[in-house]
Design a protein around this ligand. Sequence first.
Ligand SMILES: Cc1cc2nc3c(=O)[nH]c(=O)nc-3n(C[C@H](O)[C@H](O)[C@H](O)COP(=O)(O)OP(=O)(O)OC[C@H]3O[C@@H](n4cnc5c(N)ncnc54)[C@H](O)[C@@H]3O)c2cc1C
Length: 458
Amino acid sequence: MTTFLDASHVVVGAGATGLAFTDALVDHSDARVVLVDRRSGPGGHWREAYPFVRLHQSSAFYGVPSTLLGGGRLQDSGPERGLQERASQPEIIAYYERALARLEATGRVRFLPGSEYVDGEVVSLATGERQRVPAGTRVVDAHYLAPTIPAEVPPPFAVDGARVVPVNDLARLEDSPSRYVVVGSGKTATDAIVWLLQREVDPGAIRWVRPREPWMFNRAVVQPDPAVFLGMGADVWEAAARASSLDDMFLRMEDAGVMLRIDRSLTPTMARCPTIGTWEVDLLRTVEDVVRMGHVRAAERGRLVMDGGTATIADDALVVHCAASGLQIPPLVPVWRPDVITLQPVRAGFPCFGAALIGYVEATRDDDTEKNRLCPPSHYGDTLAQWVEMNLLGGRATAAFTSEPDVKAWAESVALYPGRVPPGHPPSPALDAARERLATWVGPGMERAAALVAAARP
Ligand SMILES: Cc1cc2nc3c(=O)[nH]c(=O)nc-3n(C[C@H](O)[C@H](O)[C@H](O)COP(=O)(O)OP(=O)(O)OC[C@H]3O[C@@H](n4cnc5c(N)ncnc54)[C@H](O)[C@@H]3O)c2cc1C
C-alpha cells in the first residue's frame, strides 16, 4: 500500500540551509513541513566535521533567523579578543538540535532522520518503508550546495603505500610521525596546520602541498558591526572602481586590510576567500616547506607524484587529506521552479541568510515569478573572476530584495543579514562615514567589476 506524506513542503536536507529556510517559513506562514535527512540528526556536514573546526566567521551570521547563535558575545581573551565569538562543532550541533526542537514544538514540523528523498518518495534507510510526496506539495532542495568534506570523500589521488588520513584523524593519532604532509590550499588545510602548530609541532616538520595560492578574507572586517561591515563593503567597491585588473583589485583590497595572502611574494589565483584571522596567517607563514607542483596524483611510500613533478616525503610521513572540493559551484538555477525550490545564496556568500530569506519570501508571496525577482541566486567563488561576479550578483540581489519594505524590515531584524543596520542601532560618525563611502563607491565599483569579469571570460 502506498502511503502519502501530509505536508505543504518537503525539505530535503536538515543542514544549515534546510533549517534556516524552515525556520523562516514556519514563523511567517501556516506551512506544514516534513524535513528529511539521510543523517541521524540535524546540522548537516557539521556532524562529520573535524573535531577542532570552528565557524570561520562570527556565530551571529550563522544558523536560523529566529535564534541568535552565540548570544552576540565578543571573545574576551586570545588572539581574537574583541571579535565576535565563533562556535565550535559541538556548539553548532547543540544549537541545531535546539532549533529543530523549537520547530517540532510548533506541531507543524516533522523530522524524518535516516531517510532519503528519491524520485518523489521518502525512503526510510532503516526499514525501507516508502512514503510518496503528493502532487501539490512543494519539494525544497536544501543540499544543492552541500559541501564535500574529507571525512566523507576519499582523497582525490591514488594511495599506494603512503599513510594517508582524513583531517578528522589528526585529533586521534596514536603515534607521532616524524613529518606531516598537509595536502590542500583551502580553509581545512589552514585549520589543520594551525592546529598542529598550536600543539607545538615544529613548523619544520610540516610540508605543505599547496597547489594554488589562496586569497582569504580578513576576519576582523567580517564582523556584525555595521560600521565595520559596511566599511568593508565600501573598500571592496572602491578597490573595484580603481582597479586596472582583477589582480589589481585584490591587491587594493589587501592594502585596505580586507584580503590576506600567505605569501606576499606570490599572486594568488584562488579566491574561495574563506575567513581567517591575521594571527592564523602569521602562524601559517612559519611553515616554509611549501610544495607547489600542482595537484597530487599519487601518494606512494617515500614520495608524492604531482602534476608538475615528484617530491620525496619521509617513509613514515603522515599525509593529511584536506583536499575535498568543499564548497560547490554548480550552475545557478532559478530558486523557484514548478517541481522544486532550490536553496542558494542570494546576497553574496552567507548561505544561512540566503536560505532564510527564501523561506521568508516563500511564506509571504504567492507568485513564483515575483519570488524569483526578489531572490536571484548567486554562486560561490573559486577564481578571482568568480568571486567578483558573486559579489556583483549579490549586490544586484540586495537591491532587489530590499526594494520591498517588508522584506527589508525582516532582513534588518535578523542577525544573519550581514549588511544590516539593526533597528535602534546607535548612530556614530564611523557608521555615517562607512555609509557615505559605500554610497560613493558601490555604483562605480559594480560597473568596473562587471567590466573586469566580462574581460576575464574566455
Ligand atoms: C569546514 C567548514 C566550515 C564552514 N564554515 C562556515 C562559516 O563559518 N560560515 C558560513 O557561512 N559558511 C561556512 N561553511 C559553509 C557552509 O556551512 C555550507 O556551505 C552550508 O551552509 C552547508 O549547509 P547545507 O545545508 O547546504 O549543506 P549540508 O550541511 O551538507 O546539509 C545538507 C544535508 O542534506 C542531506 N541530503 C542530501 N541529499 C539528500 C537526500 N536525497 N535525501 C535526504 N537527505 C539528503 C545531507 O545528508 C546533509 O545533511 C563552512 C563549510 C565547511 C565545510
